[in-house]
Design a protein around this ligand. Structure first.
Ligand code: NDP
Length: 278
């Protein structure tokens, strides 16, 4: 019988830990604050930003919100970031992605001071992760490590397979599993025989962006499966990159969608903010 990895409960535990740390910092006269920048009217981005603000409220982190017009120029956005970089009362800066097409996302990410880069997307943060130095780590993969550890999954020495090599999930995920002494393989759209590789995994992390792509033919009996994908199915219900009903029975542990990886991303963002303030 498989076990569900409960992201809802684990993320709540993390938010409660953050709340305690914020209280302690406040008692020492230190505030924790996050600047959240939203450009344009993308409804999904507005929901994500709203959820981040709610999490800030819950944990006692002050959020300062900047809602900018869709047609703001790149220069104006960069100058706001520059101003926030210099403000001592701001610990973290988050620019909600994606940005409108006329703005160069890479330039915006690079403009955020690495010590305020709570999303962990700055090249310096990514470089630090790859050479084992301190720095912010992208929230979704950092959350997956927490999910594994807090569900008593040993990573050391395990065959870990990551499907997907995006800059925000797949690549940092692989680096973090390596840092935990896993034996790591990264797969992508050019991988020749995906099933053959994924079937080797003791820990399989799937971030492909294709609904219910991974069926039981891709999974070794007893594996731990982490599903990063989020999609709406034909009935408008949330589902992941893994076909849960097909795969779950042969796993030892698996994350559900919703209630698995999803809630961890914001919890880790809160954790990053408090680490920054410390
Ligand atoms: P991207 O689209 O940036 O990356 C997808 C990756 O999957 C690419 O590396 C691509 O390979 C690989 N891929 C695509 N098709 C195949 C295939 N047939 N076989 C093997 N590999 C394949 O997605 P993200 O990493 O940004 O996101 C992945 C999923 O996770 C999405 O559903 C997204 O919504 C979700 N997500 C969830 C988060 C959460 O908080 N739970 C946070 C972030 C994302 P190649 O590089 O060769 O193109």
């Amino acid at each position: 019988m498989y076990e569900l990895i409960d992201g809802k409960t684990i993320s709540m535990d993390i938010k409660n830990e953050v709340k305690e740390e914020v209280k302690m910092l406040n008692a020492q006269g230190k505030k924790v604050s996050l600047a959240v920048i939203l450009v344009g009217n993308d409804p999904a981005s507005a929901v994500y930003v709203g959820n981040k603000k709610k999490a800030c409220e819950y944990t006692g982190i002050e959020s300062v919100s900047y809602e900018l017009e869709e047609n703001i120029s790149q220069e104006e956005l960069l100058s706001l970031i520059d101003k926030l970089n210099k403000q001592d009362d701001i610990n973290g800066i988050l620019v909600q992605l994606p940005l409108p097409k006329h703005i160069d996302e890479d330039a915006v990410i690079k403009a955020i001071a690495p010590e305020k880069d709570v999303d962990g997307f700055h090249p310096q943060s990514v470089g630090a992760l790859s050479i084992g130095q301190k720095g912010y780590v992208s929230c979704t993969p950092a959350g997956i490590i927490e999910l594994l550890k807090r569900s008593n999954v040993d990573i050391e020495g395990k065959e870990c397979v990551v499907v997907g090599r995006s800059n925000i999930v797949g690549k940092p995920m692989a680096l973090l599993l390596l840092r935990e002494n896993g034996t790591v393989t990264v797969c992508h759209s050019r991988t020749k025989d995906l099933k053959e590789v994924t079937k080797r995994a003791d820990i399989l992390v799937v971030a492909i962006g294709k609904p219910k792509f991974i069926t039981k033919e891709y999974v070794k009996e007893g594996a731990v499966v982490i599903d990063v994908g989020i999609h709406r199915n034909e009935n408008n219900k949330l589902c992941g990159d893994v076909d849960f009903d097909d795969v779950a029975p042969i796993t030892s542990k698996i994350t559900p969608v919703p209630g698995g990886v999803g809630p961890m991303t914001i919890a880790m963002l809160m954790k990053n903010c408090v680490e920054g303030a410390k």
